[in-house]
Design a protein around this ligand. Sequence first.
Ligand code: DQA
Length: 152
Amino acid sequence: MVKEAKNKKLKVLVIHGPNLQLLGSREPEIYGSVSIDSINKLLKEKAKTLGVQLTIVQSNHEGEIVDAIGAAPEKKVSGILINPAAYTHTSVAIRDALKAVDTPAVEVHLSNIYQREEFRQSSLTAPSCIGQVGGFGVQSYLLGLDALFHSM
Ligand code: DQA
């Protein structure tokens, strides 16, 4: 199924949070050996089959992530797929930004944060999202994109 808004493809903003540029070599026993480029390639392939247009950003800076979320409505973004990474557990600013826009968001994590250290077992950002997918490695992103697509 391909959904279109006024003959234009629906836009999805993918946000990768801090340290995710290091995927592939970063703690592969937890995050796997797939690089961020490979994740982005798989996301683009999936987006193509869904008929959505992807914009992908990675940032290590909380304010940049807040800016990207805040700009989503004026950029006519229909949905946000976000792995807030460590900011999941600390960022009231990203939680508020996701709440402040009408754009639906899905939170994804490569690892199952509820099986890990206590400080990772809660998400400040997930309550601002329509749902969360975690624990499935790169599949979390692909499942998250599918779920987001069906909620836009
Ligand atoms: C992560 C989990 C976070 O706790 C961690 O800080 C990350 C990655 C994940 O995708 O599993 O950087 O979001």
